[in-house]
Design a protein around this ligand. Structure first.
Ligand code: AMP
Length: 588
């Protein structure tokens, strides 16, 4: 379908967009020059994310400016100014020091969106430890794997999450020395081998000096999933903060008086890069909502908090669309100036709906865990082509490439031709490796490109259009899920002989996880067994990762070398042509 470009007014903006002349800015931009927007540690001691995000504002005129406004599930509000955030994050850095936790040690967080998460993340960075968020809806298995691969030394969590998901894992995680529990003392003190977070904070000093931090020091560990194998821990360094700042400026159009709301959970990379770091580097106010999606709550929040810049995701937009435009009309959203979305393809209908519902189009942008920050975007001052991810950020070179059979990579210059989306390495927030997995990291690069694993095309004007994934990973409600993780968990059930897992298209979630299972002799397919398997997977993996549907099949198609042909399972599920099946095992 051909969508009309959404043209924006050329004058009369309430604020002047930061990126006005795309071609000129791209031609003159340099990361070295952009570095001048940051402060650097006093005395030339390097670059630290937490200093740029918190301390430099706390030491200046923004000291009393609201940094974070936390809205609790039950209507509570907690405001933290930059000055308060500096003191609290200092305390947490001192807590880590007292526990003997130092530079490079991994500090994991497993909690909902509570203030302590934000304080711990920034305090860990001050201590030059590595912050690693875990999604609170993960089940014990994804948690165990990530803590293990990441050599987690500290875990901050809540008593409830600890008891349900972590306590039984302790013997399997010898590196995990310290568990800090955020909760009422009567609950935390009753749990052995843990510390009370608030007691340690109360005992710590609120003065802390960040030690010398090399811009290349390891700062953030974000797990992501591939088609096969265990989750991959993408390593990011303190220098990433430069990309967080610059992308906040160009792609999210941050201005000093903005009130920003990123709806993503810090358990995923968007919720850290943009839910914590980027807005703070600009000294603006960021809203944190503890509650889950609810259309009326969201519109009420946008209205009451005078949100000006809103960063959300296609699944959320589709859920709002389902509720209808009449609901949004009840709210006064005059403060809202810019809406952006990330994580999955944003349907052209959703972009147009934004225009109808808010009088503002939704600006799609693209990036991934490995890139650490936004790479391709639709900008405030640029016309939008609904369905396109936009154009590369200044400082970013993106291309469409074709991989040859001999491992070579060739750029496709011709517009409109589909290929793999690739980026020229070297931007500050690029991942520096997969922890303990050098080979998988090396495989991401060829011919001077970082290969993203996404298929896309570029039109004649340089706009990029998402086509699909080059591999079998699943995107469900914006969450990247590795089919292998799901298959492995189901294989642990005594009835299961083989499993193949795919993403099945879904009008709201984008995709849902669907498993095809063959049973061992003596087991018969039944609804009761299906329910048991669904429950089994949910208990192990958690609700986000577990399959929503299971079908029993006689065989799971495999190649002669034994690899599950998920592509074929998907084609069969969707009634599509089966494509090349020459490598298929004959009995499938
Ligand atoms: P993650 O690493 O979990 O952030 O997932 C990154 C992947 O999400 C990308 O490689 C894409 O497959 C997908 N993705 C992110 N943003 C977009 C977008 N704007 N349009 C289409 N797919 C997207």
């Amino acid at each position: 379908m051909a969508w009309q470009t959404i043209e924006k007014p050329r004058h009369g903006w309430a604020v002047v967009p930061n990126l006005r002349d795309y071609a000129h800015t791209c031609a003159t931009f340099s990361w070295e020059a952009a570095r001048q927007s940051l402060t650097g540690l006093p005395g030339g001691q390097g670059l630290n994310i937490a200093y740029e995000a918190v301390d430099r504002h706390a030491a200046g005129p923004r000291r009393d400016h609201l940094a974070l406004r936390w809205l609790g599930k039950r209507g509570e509000v907690r405001d933290l100014t930059y000055g308060m955030l500096a003191a609290l994050t200092n305390r947490f850095a001192n807590v880590l020091q007292r526990l003997g936790v130092g530079k490079g040690d991994r500090v994991f967080l497993l909690s909902g969106r509570i203030p302590e998460l934000y304080i711990s993340a920034l305090g860990a960075l001050k201590n030059r430890s590595v912050f690693c968020p875990l999604f609170s809806a993960f089940g014990p298995e994804p948690i165990r794997q990530r803590l293990k691969i990441g050599d987690g030394r500290v875990l901050v969590t809540t008593p409830a999450l600890y008891k349900r998901k972590v306590a039984d894992l302790r013997p399997l995680l010898p590196a995990l020395e310290h568990v800090l529990l955020v909760g009422p003392p009567e609950e935390t003190t009753a749990i052995p081998d843990t510390h009370d977070f608030h007691r340690l904070m109360a005992e710590a000093s609120d003065a802390f000096t960040i030690g010398p931090t090399d811009p290349e020091d390891f700062a953030l560990l974000h797990f992501t999933s591939g088609t096969t194998g265990t989750p991959k821990g993408a390593m990011h360094v303190h220098q990433a903060v430069l990309a967080h700042y610059v992308t906040g400026f160009f792609a999210l159009d941050f201005h000093p008086h903005d009130v920003f709301w990123c709806t993503a959970d810090p358990g995923w990379v968007t919720g850290t890069s943009y839910g914590i770091i980027a807005p703070l580097t600009h000294g603006i106010t960021s809203i944190v909502d503890e509650a889950d999606f609810d259309a009326e709550r969201w519109y009420g929040l946008l209205q009451e908090q005078h949100v000006t810049v809103w960063y959300t995701a296609p699944t959320a937009v589709r859920m709002l669309m389902k509720v209808g435009t009449e609901v949004v009309r009840k709210y006064d959203l005059r403060h809202l100036r810019f809406i952006a979305s990330v994580g999955e393809p944003l349907n052209p209908e959703a972009v147009v709906w934004g225009q109808e519902a808010f009088g503002l189009p939704i600006h799609d942008n693209w990036w991934q865990t490995e890139t650490g920050g936004i790479m391709i975007a639709n900008y405030a001052a640029m016309d939008i082509r609904p369905g396109s991810m936009g154009r590369p950020l200044p400082g970013i070179t993106a291309g469409i490439v074709r991989r040859g059979k001999d491992g070579t990579v060739e750029e496709i210059e011709e517009p409109g031709v589909e290929g793999e989306l690739a980026l020229r390495p070297g931007w500050p927030s690029m991942f520096r490796g997969y922890l303990h997995d050098e080979e998988r990291y090396r495989k991401c690069f060829a011919g001077g490109w970082y290969l993203t694993g996404d298929l896309a095309r570029r039109d004649a004007d340089g706009y990029f259009w998402f086509v699909g994934r080059a591999d079998d990973v699943i995107k469900s409600s914006g969450h990247l899920i590795g089919p292998f993780e799901v298959e492995s968990a189901l294989m642990e059930h005594p009835a299961v002989a083989e499993v193949g897992v795919i993403g099945k298209p879904d009008p709201v979630a984008g995709e849902i996880v669907k498993a095809f299972v063959t049973l061992k002799p003596r087991y018969e397919p039944s609804d009761a067994l299906r329910r048991e398997l669904l429950g089994f997977a949910r208990t192990r993996l958690g609700a986000v990762v577990a399959p929503k549907e299971i079908d029993f099949v006689v065989t799971v198609p495999k190649t002669r070398s034994g690899k599950i042909m998920r592509r074929l399972l998907k084609a069969r599920e969707l009634g599509l042509p089966e494509g090349d099946t020459s490598t298929l095992e004959s009995d499938a």
